[in-house]
Design a protein around this ligand. Structure first.
Ligand SMILES: Nc1ncnc2c1ncn2[C@@H]1O[C@H](COP(=O)(O)OP(=O)(O)OP(=O)(O)O)[C@@H](O)[C@H]1O
Ligand SMILES: [Mg+2]
Length: 361
């Protein structure tokens, strides 16, 4: 077991593209760290640098108190699980898991002990003689995990290991991975672009954007207090509503404390449909444009089109965007209905006009 520390890590690819622009992350021993961010933000690059599959342009990668920048991947004591885990098709499940250990010259008795233990943990015991083609997608994924587990590494590295699975299996495997990691207590770094996977798996969540860390912390703390509008709209689905404060009615409702803020954020679930205006809160008139019923809850898409004239008279403001409201149950207003929604003061998120700074009200 080991901690993993990234100190001002940088990566410039051949050709001059700067993919990682100085990243600092501290993963404590036994923690589950998730790197999340949009496609191309540098998640795989960072993970591959920890694995030793990419050279490090600047900064230090420290595993268990040892700087590993110059250490070969095989000597870093890590095991990696990829999206395309490519099992050996002609080998049995047992041999797929045993292969890497035998390659390292491990005695057959110890190989058997480790493979049997991994098979027990992953519930693959009854399938050890099968070939990969005789397994379901989820079972194959578990064999790939087994190959990593038998190594008994200090650190697990996962790069989107579930993205080839269907939605139901993804959820089941997500729970399995979390249970397994809790049991083994192996420090883990897990890459995904799925914010729900990130929220549910992480002890420590790292939100990345354009080669930089946008925010690091406990997932719920990030959900409750996103540091930037990027994080606010990336974490949470449907995303947080973000509105320009400009010179419109929102500003007059917010009063003095909002003078530094340019953007107001309200999560869809923090709106209620009401004619009241909560003290210090914000109320918005909306025209209902679309309704989505997903069973336990309903998403109402409204427009603030009533403001169109006023905003036309104040160029420089954002156009009146869609507002998403999330209500429990299946009851919803009719399309075209004029409604009023409101959020209380404690549920408001204020950001600077460029979205880069959170302002505490
Ligand atoms: N070998 C390379 N040479 C040059 N640029 C590269 C190379 N590999 C990746 N990049 C660029 O570096 C950036 C980060 O790539 P990376 O694969 O780390 O993204 P990612 O966050 O893992 O994205 P995804 O979610 O799509 O897997 C991208 O803009 C990519 O085009
Ligand atoms: Mg990637």
């Amino acid at each position: 077991m080991a901690n993993v520390t990234l100190r001002n890590v940088r990566k410039t690819y051949q050709g001059g593209f700067e993919a990682i622009k100085g990243v600092n992350v501290d993963v404590a021993d036994g923690q589950f760290c998730v790197l999340v961010g949009p496609s191309g933000c540098g998640k795989s690059t960072l993970l591959r640098m920890v694995a030793g599959l990419e050279t490090v342009t600047g900064g230090e990668i420290d595993i268990g108190g040892r700087v590993v920048n110059q250490i070969e991947p095989a000597d870093r004591d890590i095991a990696m699980v990829f999206q395309n885990y490519a099992l050996y098709p002609h080998m049995s499940v047992y041999n797929n898991m045993a292969y890497g250990l035998r390659n390292r010259g491990m005695a057959e008795a110890e190989v058997k002990t480790r493979v049997d233990e991994a098979a027990r943990v992953l519930e693959l015991g009854a399938m050890l003689e099968r070939k990969p083609r005789q397994l379901s997608g989820g079972q194959r994924q578990r064999v790939a995990m087994g190959r990593a587990i038998v190594r008994q590494p200090k650190v697990f590295l996962f790069d989107e290991p579930l993205s080839n699975l269907d939605a139901k299996l993804r959820i089941a495997m997500r729970v399995e991975i979390r249970k397994l990691q809790r049991r083994l207590k192996t420090t883990s770094i897990y890459v995904t672009h799925d914010q729900l996977e990130a929220m549910t798996l992480a002890d420590i969540l790292v939100v990345m954007n354009g080669g930089q860390v946008e925010q690091v912390g406990n997932p719920l703390a990030i959900y409750e207090k996103p540091a930037t509008t990027f994080v606010a709209s990336f974490i949470g689905a449907p995303p947080m509503n973000l509105m320009s404060i400009g010179s419109d009615e929102i500003k007059s409702q917010l009063g003095g404390s909002a003078t530094d803020a340019g953007i107001l954020g309200i999560r869809p679930e923090d709106f209620v449909i009401t004619d009241q205006t909560p003290a210090g809160g914000v109320a918005l008139p909306l025209t209902v444009e679309a309704i989505e019923r997903v069973g336990a809850e309903t998403f109402i898409y409204g427009s603030r089109a009533q403001d169109a004239q006023r905003i036309a008279a104040n160029p420089g403001e954002l156009p009146p965007g869609e507002v998403i409201v999330r209500v429990p149950g299946t009851e919803a207003p009719a399309i075209g209905a004029k409604i009023r929604v409101a959020a209380v003061r404690t549920k408001l998120h204020l950001f600077s006009g460029d979205g880069r700074t959170r302002i505490e009200a």
